[in-house]
Design a protein around this ligand. Structure first.
Ligand code: ADP
Length: 270
């Protein structure tokens, strides 16, 4: 069976990426993109070379969260006449190494929805992998769309991911969908599948007590039931929201409880 040229280019480039990690969630709004950019930033803070692909084409927030949404994407013509895009870099936040970022958000105006059919979206994501000058990376982090759709299947198959990190909140409804995402990655034989619980609790700024806004221990129980690793809880942190709105991941913004949680999770990943 012949492999199409784009898939071949992806496979060729992927040889230069040591760890390919997908970040997924069962449903939207649980903080999947926040986790993806903070893990990327935490790794770059430790001196690793990191690329982030924003494959969440229907809500591409990664470039904004990394402060490069206004960047211009240049292209370079290769010897064979083929064009390659140069990924914009985040190298201005005091981390040790720059973070390369590629996103559908660069390709379409901010206020325009992407109304393509699935196959076209899949092709676009593949181009963002295979037609971009990523170079050597320690970590390629892919922010997938929420759910268990087609694009996730195709890209996971093409890339041979080393790991999948599934983000959930402790809430019942989120956990149900999270189980599906975990099972999808297990069925696709991704070697390492792990669960992160985001928005796990809130520390009351007045009394310092811990408030379990969305319930308690859900992520951990789910991971146990599915037989995958549970790798950390990230609290609700108003500063994390503020940082991300300012285009800075919390781990490079301020030393808060959420920042420390992300740093810890990233350290254990390595
Ligand atoms: P998703 O990618 O799952 O749709 P996002 O990462 O875009 O979710 O997060 C949704 C919103 O919640 C964003 O405004 C983000 O800044 C905020 N957020 C995510 N995680 C936290 C957290 N731990 N504390 C406070 N705000 C958070």
């Amino acid at each position: 069976l012949g492999v199409d040229p784009l898939t071949q280019r992806i496979k060729e480039k992927a040889k230069q990426w040591k760890y390919k990690i997908a970040v997924l969630s069962g449903k939207g709004g649980v903080g999947k993109s926040t986790v993806a950019v903070n893990l990327a930033a935490a790794l770059a803070k430790q001196g690793y070379f990191v690329g982030v692909l924003d494959a969440d084409v229907h809500g591409p927030n990664v470039a904004k969260m990394l402060g490069v949404d206004k960047a211009e994407v240049l292209a370079e013509k290769l010897e064979d006449g083929h064009f390659e895009m140069i990924p914009p870099m985040n190298d201005f936040l005091g981390q040790t190494t720059p973070i390369k970022v590629m996103s559908m958000g660069f390709m379409v105006p901010e206020d325009q929805p992407i109304i393509w059919r699935g196959a076209l979206v899949t092709k676009a994501i593949k181009q963002l992998l295979g037609d971009v000058k990523w170079g050597n990376l320690d970590f390629m982090i892919i922010d997938f769309p929420p759910g268990t759709g087609d694009q996730i299947l195709t890209v996971t198959q093409t890339l041979n991911l080393e790991a999948a990190i599934i983000v959930t909140t402790p809430q019942e409804v989120a956990l149900l969908d999270t189980g599906k995402a975990v099972n999808m990655m297990k069925q696709m034989q991704v070697p390492y599948v792990a669960v992160i619980e985001n928005m796990s609790y809130l520390i009351c700024p007045h009394c310092g007590n811990k408030i379990d806004l969305f319930g308690e221990g859900g992520g951990e129980k789910l991971a146990e039931k599915e037989g995958v690793d549970f790798i950390g809880k990230v609290p609700i942190d108003p500063k994390a929201r503020e940082a991300s709105d300012n285009g800075v991941p919390i781990v490079l913004y301020e030393d808060t409880s959420a920042a420390r949680a992300f740093m810890e999770i990233a350290k254990n990943l390595v």
